[in-house]
Design a protein around this ligand. Structure first.
Ligand SMILES: Cc1cc2nc3c(=O)[nH]c(=O)nc-3n(C[C@H](O)[C@H](O)[C@H](O)COP(=O)(O)OP(=O)(O)OC[C@H]3O[C@@H](n4cnc5c(N)ncnc54)[C@H](O)[C@@H]3O)c2cc1C
Length: 373
């Protein structure tokens, strides 16, 4: 709504009670989207609790007035189960309970779509709702069952995609919040790659995150943000996930390549390879923006470093590391940061090969760091 209103010239504010927009998307992936809103003139106010709506606009719990002539409330949906409840159908947590063929507690009545209970793919917990795709697949499933050739419903992965001005965000499976809520052990990786060959005019940055089970490598969730090709990568990962694949399958996935469309190592391969490196013990990734107790070694070019850098960091361009290794202080653990996470991985390997063990690389590099601050 904000995008559409802004595009017809209406001055638009988005006020959200959370620290970030889009709760489906993790904090470390959402920054690009918030920057995109702001750079398109949206007044984005986060951690803003609206307590009252008046004829002049919305009033926050700090008594600030956000002036507005029109206000759209979009704080979530919940299904209307009134008819189902009146029929005496069993419901749980506001959703109509169904069996594997989407039959309700009355076997002659089926339920599907937003109102029906579903099983979550990752947590295996009963939950409710879904999206348009699952509603439509359930519709066919019910019709097939009525016609005597039924098949069982499958857990829901919540794959979705959405447009934020020129950016696309796509996701599948669980995010970190959900995994923490269900106490699921997980690890993650973030990479920044180009959508396709960098020398093509349509090449754009793409950030991709995969969350996985560190024991068996099964994929628990994925998110991607970029101007081109985010949904394509998530569709691939969603399919791997659905078929019970692991992060090694991402490394080995054979995807179509030609320069206008992707890279010879697609983003999906790259993230699989990066996770493979971590799982093999070759390198340790670092996430976040807290650099306390670390020596930050920035291996970008001196000119890029001079342009902007992390306070207190040191700069040795990656090509000079071998000659200048003695300059690196060893009193604290070392965090290597580069442009997008690749060179810092390479440098972390060089350091390890020189006996410097306490070293990690910044996953996603400067691109990732900048998207989070
Ligand atoms: C603004 C918006 C954007 C969305 N965008 C996407 C998207 O991009 N991708 C995606 O996957 N999902 C999207 N969704 C979610 C998607 O629309 C729903 O998951 C999907 O429509 C659910 O299908 P459904 O059949 O359960 O419900 P609905 O599509 O809502 O259909 C329910 C129907 O029942 C009718 N009805 C209600 N009560 C009665 C009654 N008493 N008697 C008779 N009829 C009644 C309603 O009028 C309605 O037509 C979006 C939802 C919204 C609100």
């Amino acid at each position: 709504m904000a995008e559409n209103l802004a595009e017809i010239g209406i001055k638009t504010t988005v006020a959200d009670i959370s620290q970030h927009i889009l709760p489906t998307i993790d904090e470390d992936m959402v920054g690009t989207l918030e920057q995109e809103l702001r750079s398109n003139g949206i007044n984005l106010i986060l951690e803003c609790n609206i307590k009252e709506i008046t004829s002049s606009g919305a009033v926050t719990d700090k008594n600030d007035l956000i002036p507005a002539e029109m206000l759209i409330l979009a704080s979530g949906t919940k299904p209307n189960t009134e008819i189902a409840v009146a029929c005496g159908l069993k419901t749980a947590k506001g959703f109509v309970c169904v069996d594997e063929f989407m039959r309700t507690s009355d076997a002659d009545i089926y339920a599907c779509g937003d109102i029906a209970e579903v099983t979550d793919f990752v947590s295996a917990q009963k939950t409710g709702g879904g999206l348009a795709g699952s509603a439509n697949r359930q519709g066919r499933l019910i019709a097939s069952h009525i016609a005597g050739r039924g098949y069982e419903t499958k857990p829901i992965q919540w794959s979705g995609v959405l447009k934020v001005f020129t950016q696309t965000v796509a996701f599948t499976g669980a995010n970190e919040y959900i995994l923490k809520k269900f106490g699921v052990n997980y690890q993650k990786m973030i990479v920044w790659t180009m959508s396709n060959a960098g020398y093509f005019p349509n090449a754009e940055w793409l950030s991709l995150k995969v969350i996985y089970n560190p024991i068996n490598g099964k994929i628990l969730g994925a998110q991607a943000v970029g101007k081109n090709g985010a949904e394509k990568r998530i569709d691939v990962i969603s399919a791997v996930m659905k078929l019970g694949g692991t992060v090694k399958d991402l490394r080995d996935m054979e995807l179509c390549y030609s320069p206008p469309y992707s890279n010879a190592k697609d983003a999906v391969n790259i993230i699989g390879m990066a996770i493979d490196n971590v799982q093999s013990g070759l390198a340790r990734p670092y996430f976040g923006t807290d650099f306390k107790g670390l020596t930050v070694l920035d291996v970008r070019s001196s000119s890029d470093y001079k342009n902007e850098n992390i306070a207190g960091s040191i700069n040795i361009p990656s090509g000079q590391i071998r000659e200048r290794i003695a300059e690196i202080p060893l009193d604290k653990p070392i965090l290597v940061i580069c442009y997008r996470g690749y060179l810092s991985y390479v440098v972390s390997r060089i350091l390890k090969q020189h006996g410097i063990e306490n070293v990690s690389f910044y996953a996603g590099g400067w691109q990732q760091y900048k998207s989070q601050i």
